[in-house]
Write a protein that binds this ligand. Structure first.
Ligand code: PGA
Length: 250
């Protein structure tokens, strides 16, 4: 059985002081969660959040990582820097990175390799845009995005990472994929991993749904057999809302 994983993606929200206050409020609300709880915070918040969550069941995540070990890449952060700062998880290939910052499937793969090499756990985002779904390309696209991202990893490395299926049309829009749509597409991703890496790997890898997941729709989504958790944007910015998502099983 896969342990559910609920991760907040704060995006470009919360100063260090606000971040500290948010996790301080969150800690007691999620203390007995069965799911793995992660907050993916802006880089400047890492230190404050790490201090505040010490000794709790909340895990620390970042929102991006560069693929080079060091060098003349102004504004970027290496996997080793994040690791040493106490980060455990890192979002890679979020659709906002792909859409606004020119990230491609090839760089998503390089970032994934760099993250794994440094001992970080990637949360790799894949998902189709509205016009791609309407044209019938969803399955082919998510298979392709997933398999390219994983290229060059060992079976054990793949078993340990997380994939987030996030239909782009559902992010920040209030539109959610139906429970069945999300389950079906995540099933397609798992089947592609199974074909290439075998059943043991496919059964182990955790695949989240993301896109306007909230306290109201989380139960239905999490009741689906293929959905192992959520990557939560808007609803992760308030401790009571996020804790209701984390405690979906209560
Ligand atoms: P949302 O964002 O929950 O605000 O739709 C999800 C995400 O982008 O990861």
């Amino acid at each position: 059985m896969r342990t559910p994983i609920i991760a907040g993606n704060w995006k470009m929200n919360k100063t260090p002081a606000e971040a500290k206050a948010l996790v301080a409020e969150l800690k007691p609300l999620v203390a007995d969660a069965k799911a793995t709880v992660v907050v993916c915070v802006p880089a400047v918040d890492i230190y404050a959040v790490k201090e505040e969550i010490a000794g709790s069941n909340i895990h620390l995540g970042a929102q991006n990582v560069h693929f080079k070990e060091s060098g003349a890449y102004t504004g970027e952060l290496s996997a080793a820097m994040l690791k040493e700062a106490g980060v455990e998880y890192v979002i890679i290939g979020h659709s906002e990175r792909r859409q606004y910052f020119g990230e491609t499937d090839a760089t998503v793969n390089l970032r994934t390799l760099a993250a794994v090499k440094a001992g970080l756990i990637p949360i790799i985002c894949v998902g189709e845009r509205k016009e791609e779904r309407e044209a019938g390309y969803t399955n082919a696209l998510v298979e392709y995005q997933t398999l390219i991202a994983l290229n060059g990893l060992t079976d054990d490395e793949i078993k340990n990472l997380v994939i987030a299926y996030e239909p782009v049309w559902a992010i920040g829009t209030g539109l959610t994929a139906t429970d069945e749509q999300a389950n079906e597409t995540i099933g397609v991703i798992r089947a592609a991993i199974c074909r290439k890496y075998g059943k043991e790997v496919a059964d182990a890898v955790r695949i989240q749904y993301g896109g306007s997941m909230n306290p109201k729709n989380v139960k239905g989504l999490m009741a689906q057999p293929e959905i192992d958790g959520g990557l939560i944007g808007g609803a992760s910015l308030k401790a009571p809302d996020f804790s209701l998502v984390v405690n979906f099983d209560k």
